[in-house]
Design a protein around this ligand. Structure first.
Ligand code: UDP
Ligand code: MG
Length: 338
């Protein structure tokens, strides 16, 4: 209704309205970020190729729909596998290759933007290892054609995760909610976005992309599709603990200034504590008790030192990010395009 009511001479009104979405099968791009995925890629291409073929056959998506691989600077045979696929079917399999590893989020973003220049109506981003269930694609498309601009894939199980990953993920989502971001629990980067919302997303100029925070904040009509997340079909996770940690930090610092407020709060608390110590000292001195000051001295010295260092670290996180943003560097460099 929102789009229908737009005046016809407004250039914004060229976006497809829910009504036309229903009658014309949308042109879909499956955006697949790949980093050293030679072990899974042939199988993934086969499964997704069949899925696209099936959806085209049932007239749910346009026959010009494609799978768009984004090679995030892999050092293995990933790009040559993509080249082979493109050689076999030029409309179905496409690819872009980064000149160096720029990270999962940038790869997804690049694919989404590329899908705009391919004139796609909607894009679905999903992992290369088939952990995101291809059978959920159909429901996403149905929701899109019924008027949802963004459809979030939400996993309904965490059986395939290690206890450690489950624990860290849950703590992370709790923390994000507490920080006041719009994070959707158990939604990773398996989602459908219409061209309108991708265009809106491309207006976010920050270099540190945290899509799981930005996309819900775009504020379009959205829905969720639940799916069962499988195990990686082959190869190893490209998210070691160090990458997970930096991703979590990214999420927190690019969306919230709460850590800064926390510093102020702890500082305030330690001042209060030092007043208590002061009163204790005065009482001890006036009552003539012998004060064995060493213990409390060492304690407060270490406590304060620790507090100061931690606080500096938190401030450093933000300063570091400001530094990176001010450089205005490109998010990624595309070396090749198929
Ligand atoms: N990925 C990427 N660049 C990176 C790391 C990962 O494009 O620097 C891709 C990877 O190829 C996969 C997706 O991001 O398609 C998710 O990575 P992975 O499956 O290793 O993460 P996990 O499922 O273990 O969290
Ligand atoms: Mg995976």
């Amino acid at each position: 209704a929102r789009l229908d009511s737009m005046p016809q001479d407004n250039h914004e009104a060229t976006f497809r309205t829910p009504a036309t979405r229903n009658s014309v099968p949308p042109k879909l791009a499956l955006v697949i970020p790949c980093y050293n995925e030679e072990a899974v890629l042939p199988e993934t291409a086969k499964v997704l190729g069949q899925k696209i073929g099936e959806l085209i056959g049932r007239n749910l998506i346009s026959s010009a729909s494609c799978i768009l691989f984004v090679d995030d600077g892999s050092s293995d045979a990933t790009w040559s596998i993509i080249k082979d696929l493109h050689g076999k079917d030029r409309t179905r399999y496409r690819g872009i290759e980064f000149s160096h590893n720029s990270g999962h989020q940038n790869a997804v973003y690049a694919g989404l933007v590329e899908s705009l220049s391919l004139d796609c109506d909607a894009s679905i981003s999903m992992d290369a290892d088939l952990q995101d269930d291809p059978n959920a694609i159909e429901e996403m498309i149905t929701n899109f054609r019924n008027g949802d601009e963004i459809v979030f894939g939400v996993r309904n199980n965490r059986d395939t995760d290690t206890v450690f990953k489950r624990f860290t993920a849950e703590s992370f989502y709790r923390l994000m909610t507490w920080m006041g971001t719009d994070t959707i629990p158990d939604h990773a980067d398996f989602r459908l976005m219409g061209a309108t919302s991708i265009r809106a997303l491309s207006q976010y100029k920050e270099k540190n992309l945290y899509l799981r925070g930005i996309v819900p904040a775009l504020g379009f009509e959205s829905s969720k599709v639940y799916y069962t997340r499988g195990s990686r079909i082959a190869g190893e996770s490209k998210y070691p603990f160090s990458k997970m940690l930096s991703f979590a930090l990214e999420g927190i610092t690019s969306f919230s200034v709460k850590p800064l407020r926390l510093i102020t709060l702890t500082g305030f608390m330690s001042i209060l504590a030092s007043f208590v110590m002061l009163i204790y000292t005065i009482v001890s001195v006036t009552t003539g008790q012998a004060v064995a000051g060493w213990g409390s001295m060492m304690f407060s010295l270490w406590l304060l030192g620790g507090l100061i260092l931690t606080s500096l670290g938190v401030v450093g996180e933000y300063v570091g990010r400001i530094y990176i943003e001010t450089k205005q560097r490109p998010r990624y460099i595309i070396e090749n395009r198929l």
